[in-house]
Design a binder for this molecule. Structure first.
Ligand code: HSE
Length: 311
């Protein structure tokens, strides 16, 4: 039996929602798991890229053995029903740029889990799958939109319980995804964060995340512009993303630009705008990054409302 899963990319944090808010985007990885009939062949992992520009070193650094995240996720699912995975061929077709803050690793975890779940006769429901994916990733903000689609707010309690809800994104708010041609590993981007933050910074984000949820509900662009700010991770990561500060500065006083945020752990950035010239968004970002010899792939995308599809 062979099962494939097409999983969307995701952009986590979206300003104040560090580690709990994310949106699915229409760029995809496809993960296929096939049960091989020959006993003793073990686990085989193949990675194929749709991207011509993918850096060979990054591509080669993706583990093809038990250290691959997809394997870890599949193993956890098998273990949860008292089984061990064996004789599986896992193919990963990547369309999502790797180490750019677009949820590539989460999509692989989700794809592996959903495929394995189907192979096992669907023992895990949506919440259980989300809990396993969150455990592998460490936070739910990419895996939740990858599974469910749309914009998702998700939290995990200390006992592992997950709570999540979907939020509506106003159709007329444009999302421009700017993907620079350098990598930033989530591990490095997390290692730079402090263990504790000042109370004022925690309050700053709490107020804005609450405001963001309301702004989405009532489609209030002015409130959204106030809400799309962060003091918990972006200020620390600025030094890892050349050009980030300049890009944020360039749009700060533009009324039609509601926010300019780091996508996940970066280095990609999202520019969220309303009735604003999208060519101007693109040329501003391009000029800043190209002045620093950084090429950039810029795409204006809609939120992908459909989550992972099993076929
Ligand atoms: N919330 C996570 C972070 C997303 O910003 O580190 C990246 O995995």
């Amino acid at each position: 039996m062979k099962v494939s899963v097409k999983v969307p990319a995701s952009s986590a944090n979206i300003g104040p929602g560090f580690d709990c808010l994310g949106m699915a985007l229409p760029i995809y990885n496809t993960i296929t798991i096939e049960e091989t009939v020959l006993p003793g062949t073990g686990i085989e992992i193949n990675v194929m890229s749709e991207e011509e520009s993918i850096d060979d070193m990054v591509f080669d650094s993706i583990p093809r053995d038990e250290n691959n995240l997809v394997y870890k996720a599949v193993e956890m699912l098998y273990n949860s029903i008292g089984q061990e995975p064996s004789e599986l061929k896992i193919n990963i077709q990547t369309g999502i740029p790797i180490t750019r803050g677009l949820g590539s690793s989460s999509s692989i975890v989700v794809g592996g889990l959903l495929a394995a779940n189907k192979l096992l006769g669907n023992p895990a429901d949506e919440t259980a799958l989300l809990a396993i994916a969150t455990e592998v990733e460490g936070h739910p903000d990419n895996v939740a939109p990858a599974i469910l689609g749309g914009v998702v707010l998700a939290t995990q309690e200390e006992d592992g319980t997950l709570s999540y809800c979907k939020l509506d994104w106003p159709e007329e708010w444009d999302i421009t995804v700017c993907i620079p041609d350098f990598e930033l590993s989530t591990e490095i981007a997390r290692s730079i964060l402090p263990k504790e933050v000042p109370m004022q910074d925690a309050i700053f984000n709490a107020k804005r995340l609450a405001m963001l949820v309301h702004a989405l509900n009532v489609k209030d662009a002015k409130l959204m512009k106030v809400a799309l700010k962060d003091k918990l991770h972006q200020p620390y990561r600025e030094k890892l993303v050349p050009g980030m500060k300049e890009i944020m500065e360039a749009f700060k006083h533009e009324d039609g630009v509601l926010g300019c945020v780091l996508s996940g752990a970066g280095p990609s950035m999202l520019i969220i705008s309303y009735k604003y010239d999208l060519d101007k968004v693109k040329s501003t970002v391009k000029d800043i990054w190209e002045a620093q010899n950084i090429k950039v792939d810029i795409r204006t995308l809609k939120v992908e409302e459909q989550g992972a599809v099993v076929f």
